[in-house]
Write a protein that binds this ligand. Structure first.
Ligand SMILES: [Zn+2]
Length: 86
């Protein structure tokens, strides 16, 4: 059973949510990001591996001239990695 790191309850479930960041004046949106949601705190927690993957992706896109500010995690990220964070 997964516990919330803040309130130590196990009201935590696996969900998919949107992840947004403002980087260098651009708003980045990543859809369908696997995360944990604590029903007691009302907070989302992202897996470290998922965040690393997202930020690598964002870093690459920031160096390109064309803007691609919306990603779909389930399309962009390999099934293999997804299995790792489950
Ligand atoms: Zn909590």
């Amino acid at each position: 059973m997964i516990q919330c790191v803040f309130c130590n309850t196990d009201n935590v479930k696996e969900v998919k949510t949107d992840y947004t960041r403002n980087i260098k004046g651009r708003r980045i949106l990543v859809k369908n990001v696997p995360a944990l949601y604590c029903e007691s705190c009302g907070d989302y927690f992202y897996h470290a591996k998922v965040l690393r993957q997202i930020h690598e992706k964002i870093d690459k896109s920031l160096s390109k001239p064309e803007n691609l500010d919306v990603y779909d995690y389930s399309n962009e990220i390999s099934e293999e990695l997804y299995a790792l964070v489950r």
